[in-house]
Ligand binder design. Structure first.
Ligand code: HEM
Length: 515
């Protein structure tokens, strides 16, 4: 059987000629690339010119569906190194020993923009890392913000549509954007919206921002004890953000600014690194929280749940080929290793389905065989998962196509007792819509953030300015809903936003142009 995975960070060049003799895609030498077969020198072309057809037909199929969302991004390879023992929390092999290194790939992205969009737009940033561990691949598919806009997964396609283009004008649309976010039950997004419209919504580059699991995960140790866990990946370069003016200027002058920054930093040996921390919580503590531990719109107070250092991520290797190794990379929260599980957070549960489904559509059902996605450190063996389009790993040769217990297969039991004291879920199957929390619970952390911004010179002002400039594009009724929503955070903030929007409107009227 042929090799199942790649040992090195290389595209599979096994079909590539080393002598550099140019051929068509079936390996037949091409004498001259620019001749076309035709009748006479200037006559019509002949259908028999396979080399021309080969080239034109492949060109038409060069593009694959872009990710929806997070279409635009950049990536690099590196490693994770354990700096502190957390085996009391997690039994995963990657954490087994201080100093242990695991190879990884990280892809940073924006969310709403198309594949060719500018790097410095206001948007959350994706921070997805694939670890090639000996227990199989592990994907941490995180963002650069610790909270998210929704906590009901059914809202996701609706929400993302409001961040994209209007179906008629094909333009980004301030009405759609704020209509969704100010609908009373969607105001659970307020904390994330505050982060997005602070200068943290325009990070200076991918190297100078943090990553957060956002979700609660469930990690366990080899004794069967488990904890709720949140992961924080803190930049060692220090946080650097752009003002709205800087971000807008760079988007115009160098839309690929962050791609260039990451690539050149690594090329010059200036390897970016991040320190990885976890917060842990017991089931008992979770019950005492003023919000649900599965509520993705809330952070865990660090005073109560301190950060504990785990290790570091260093990115030290640029991809050799962007399409092969970044565009075709497939990250999914369902790609996980023993001792790291998803919690019952409903958004996370929906994500367990959504990503691999997207990969089957975007890359095909054998996307695991694409070298960058191969679990090359553990290898893959399951002869019941075979065939399908673009099967290139030998397809398990003559192995039977089914698993049966009387065949000589090996099954690994996890090195831990059965966890009988897990959460027990019990209840009727009911339709449930997790709408607003009672009282002001959803606004408490947003208010705290506003206070924190007040301690950083100019940041409250920038927040109001960034929102005001954006909201000016919405109709008056929706603008009023925006002012009302931010008044629940702080009356002064609401008034400042209104002032900026009105001033922008007045200056546009006087210049009589939007441009
Ligand atoms: C119900 C909620 C969500 C759904 C259904 C969803 C779905 C998706 C889909 C379909 C993709 C494209 C995957 C691909 O084509 O490879 C994607 C990308 C991504 N999502 Fe989500 N998402 C959700 C929430 C979140 C949250 C809460 C986070 C962060 C905590 C997140 C982080 C990311 C990242 C980082 C990517 C880009 C991965 C890459 O670089 O390839 N998403 N999401």
């Amino acid at each position: 059987m042929s090799k199942l995975g790649q040992e090195k960070n290389e595209v599979n060049y096994s079909d590539v000629r080393e002598d550099r003799v140019v051929t068509n895609s079936t390996g037949n030498p091409i004498n001259e690339p620019f001749v076309t077969q035709r009748i006479g020198e200037h006559g019509p072309l002949l259908l028999q010119d396979y080399n021309l057809i080969d080239s034109l037909a492949h060109f038409n199929r060069e593009n694959i569906p872009q990710r929806n969302p997070h279409a635009h991004g950049s990536g690099a390879f590196g490693y994770f190194e354990v700096t502190d023992d957390i085996t009391d929390i997690c039994g995963s092999a990657m954490f087994s020993k201080i100093g242990k290194r695991t190879k990884c790939l990280t892809r940073f992205s924006t969310v709403g923009g198309d594949k060719g969009s500018a790097d410095t737009v206001r948007d959350p940033r994706g921070f997805a890392t694939k670890f090639y561990t000996e227990e199989g691949n592990l994907d941490w598919v995180y963002n650069n913000t610790p909270v998210f806009f929704i906590r009901d997964p059914s809202k996701f396609p609706h929400f993302i549509h409001t961040q994209k283009r209007n179906p008629q004008t094909n333009l980004r649309d301030a009405d759609m954007f704020w209509d969704f976010l100010t609908t009373p039950e969607n105001q659970v997004a307020i904390h994330q919206v505050m982060i997005l419209f602070s200068d943290r919504g325009t990070p200076a580059n991918y190297r100078s921002m943090h990553g957060y699991s956002g979700h609660t995960y469930k990690w366990s140790n080899k004794n069967g004890d488990w904890h709720y866990v949140q992961v924080h990946i803190k930049t060692d370069q220090g946080i650097k953000n752009l003002t709205i003016e800087e971000a807008t200027k760079i988007a115009g002058s160098n839309p690929d600014y962050c791609q260039q920054d990451l690539f050149e930093a690594i090329q010059n040996g200036n390897y970016p690194s991040w320190t990885v921390y976890i917060q842990t919580m017991t089931e008992r503590d979770a019950k005492k929280l003023p919000f649900s531990v599965f509520d993705l719109t809330k952070v865990w107070p660090q005073g109560q749940f301190p950060l504990r250092r785990v290790g570091k991520i260093v990115l030290n290797e640029n991809p050799l080929n962007f399409f092969a190794q970044v565009e075709q990379a497939a990250f999914a929260p369902s790609t996980t290793v023993p001792y790291q599980e998803a919690s019952a957070d409903p958004v996370l549960q929906a994500r367990l389905f959504s990503y691999a489904d997207a990969h089957r559509y975007r890359l095909g059902p054998n996307f695991h065989q694409i070298p960058v996605n191969c679990p090359y450190a553990s290898k893959f063996f399951n002869p019941a998962i075979r065939d399908g389009p673009m099967n290139v790993n030998g397809n398990f040769g003559s192995e039977p196509t089914y698993l049966a217990n009387d065949k000589s297969y090996t099954y690994i039991q996890q090195d831990r007792p059965i966890q009988q004291h897990q959460e027990v879920w019990n209840g009727p199957a009911i339709p449930y819509h997790w709408a607003t929390s009672p009282g002001d619970v959803d606004f408490v952390q947003a208010r705290n953030l506003y206070r924190v911004l007040g301690k950083q010179p100019g940041q409250q002002k920038n927040l109001a300015y960034n929102i005001g400039i954006h909201v000016e594009g919405a109709c008056p009724q929706i603008q009023q809903r925006v002012y009302d929503m931010f008044a629940r955070v702080d009356k002064g903030l609401s008034e400042a936003i209104k002032k900026v929007a009105e001033a922008k409107h007045a200056s546009e009227l006087s210049s009589n142009s939007k441009f």
